[in-house]
Design a protein around this ligand. Sequence first.
Ligand code: ADP
Length: 210
Amino acid sequence: MDLSKRQQQIIAIVKESGPITGEQIAERLNLTRATLRPDLAILTMVGFLDARPRVGYFYTGKTGSEIITEKLMKYKVETFQSMPIVVKEDDSAYDAISAMFLSDVGTLFAVDQDNNLVGVVSRKDLLRASIGNQVLQDIPVHIIMTRMPNVAVCYPDELLVEAANRLIDKQIDSLPVIERSNEAGAKVVGRITKTTITKAFVELARNELM
Ligand code: ADP
């Protein structure tokens, strides 16, 4: 992030004389406390400065990239996940295509009668089924899906960057988020897609500029 001249001056003053109050910084710069308030708010929010009540501002010593990394390491899967769109494994490929259009997603998660994750159906799986000489109403999802244990998943408490890495590693568009549990069977609670990661990326940039 590009700091304004005034923001750089503030950092220099706090580095040299911190902890220092907003009032004192304003005096040094021949400005009013009110004029300085937005700059102090930005520098504190972004992480260059820290503020303690009744003590004042002090310099955190962090660089811009350290601050971004620190923020990224706080991004958890559960904060960013979206609703999973599921189909039953016995539903037909035709139903799966309808569900994809209706829900505007590219990947569906297949579940069994107990709602446990059993597989993943992507656009390509459905295209492959479509170019065969079969009736789509007669092909059940479980025939064309990628099935457990070959499904890559992620967990709500994992870091978003770990899920992103898995998407790249496996060359896929989407990961089901499943509950951590000791019971047999995996309950799907969310979905992480390349779009999720794009949104998080933009949010990181936006926060940084704020
Ligand atoms: P698309 O078919 O839209 O290109 P993907 O690249 O995600 O979507 O899917 C490619 C293949 O990877 C498909 O056969 C699909 O079943 C499989 N696949 C998709 N997601 C996963 C996942 N989370 N784990 C394992 N395989 C997956």
